[in-house]
Write a protein that binds this ligand. Structure first.
Ligand SMILES: Nc1ncnc2c1ncn2[C@@H]1O[C@H](COP(=O)(O)OP(=O)(O)OP(=O)(O)O)[C@@H](O)[C@H]1O
Length: 306
């Protein structure tokens, strides 16, 4: 992919002619991804069961919270059909810089490096399969996985304390964990949900799939817990749903609760990320990051003792 930066040039490189070639190609891609990510201390993925629960909003704000603590941070947006991290970070329209060493990500607020599938998509048109429709799901799945691996194999991150990856929503609950599996030495996964989603079993399925794949789920972030009134700052309940009970069943910590905050939607959706460290909703993300760090440190201490 280093030679070209458009989706078509990635696709023409992919071969499906025989099994041996496919395995060879995947092994080479995975080795390359490992080399590219060797300078990253902690790699985290952010997943959700359904779409639209605020997974990207959470990923972006966790990245900003880590960076606010002085960490070197990278943000990876791995969604072919709805990449929105660049827009939220005020980087829409920017691109990876192609160099002989690989693709260099642009730098956003607080020095965060951002790599997104959005940088390969020309306009708002979705990625479509133009062959027989009955083959569409199979081919799209195959193509998506391969494009993502190829993309990961080319981005130059350099030295980072944290990389946060925003995974596509789990239309099939196994998709995010499979993509998470492309990232070597993953420190853990954070699952985002809303109280209204808790009633469905989509979140539980995603957690189970992730665990089956050996991914350590660090905890749950409940988004849109309450509604924060923009004029008086009062917080009121928005949906019914018991995230705490679900966390207990899944034996996971509730990392934090974030209110629905209109100021957040207005600023981030317009590409003007809110950065005020004193702002109450931003402080909620700082607390969540503190809990994630404690969990990661605990894991390190345990590993050192064993
Ligand atoms: N806490 C919040 N307060 C206000 N608006 C929010 C909050 N969280 C998310 N939103 C808004 O909800 C919409 C969906 O959020 P987001 O894109 O983060 O969801 P998502 O789970 O990543 O969706 P998908 O997986 O489908 O890409 C956006 O317009 C976003 O600004």
């Amino acid at each position: 992919m280093a030679a070209g930066k458009d989706l078509k040039s990635i696709l023409t490189k992919l071969q499906y002619s025989d099994d041996a070639k496919v395995v060879q190609q995947i092994t080479a891609q995975m080795k390359q991804v490992q080399a590219r990510m060797a300078g990253i201390k902690q790699k985290l993925v952010v997943m959700s069961g359904k779409g639209g629960v605020g997974k990207s909003m959470t990923t972006v704000n966790l990245a900003l919270a880590f960076a606010r603590q002085g960490a070197k941070v990278g943000l990876l947006d791995v969604d072919l059909n709805g990449p929105c991290v660049p827009r939220m970070m005020g980087l829409h329209g920017q691109s990876l810089r192609m160099t002989p060493e690989g693709a260099q990500p642009p730098v956003g607020p607080l020095g965060i490096k951002v790599a997104s599938m959005d940088f390969f998509l020309d306009d708002a048109s979705p990625v479509r399969w133009k062959g027989p429709m009955d083959l569409s799901p199979v081919w799209l799945g195959l193509m998506e996985m391969n494009v993502i691996r190829e993309f990961l194999a080319d981005v130059v991150w350099g030295e980072l304390d944290y990389l946060l990856a925003d995974l596509p929503p789990g239309a099939a609950a196994d998709k995010p964990p499979v993509i998470a599996g492309f990232i070597p030495d993953l420190a853990g996964a954070i699952v985002v949900t809303t109280p209204s989603e808790v009633a469905s079993d989509v979140v539980q399925k995603s957690v189970t799939y992730a665990r089956d794949m050996g991914i350590r789920v660090l905890g749950i972030v409940e988004n849109m817990s309450e509604y924060r009134c923009p004029s008086c700052g009062a917080e009121n309940e928005l949906f019914e749903g018991n995230t705490e009970a679900m966390c207990e069943v899944l034996d996971l910590p509730l990392l934090g609760r974030v209110p629905f905050d209109r100021k957040f939607a207005k600023t981030f959706d317009k590409g003007q990320p809110l950065l005020d460290p004193e702002y109450p909703t931003i402080q909620k993300y700082q607390d969540i990051v503190g809990r994630i760090q404690a969990l990661l440190d605990y894991k390190k201490v345990l590993a050192e003792k064993l």
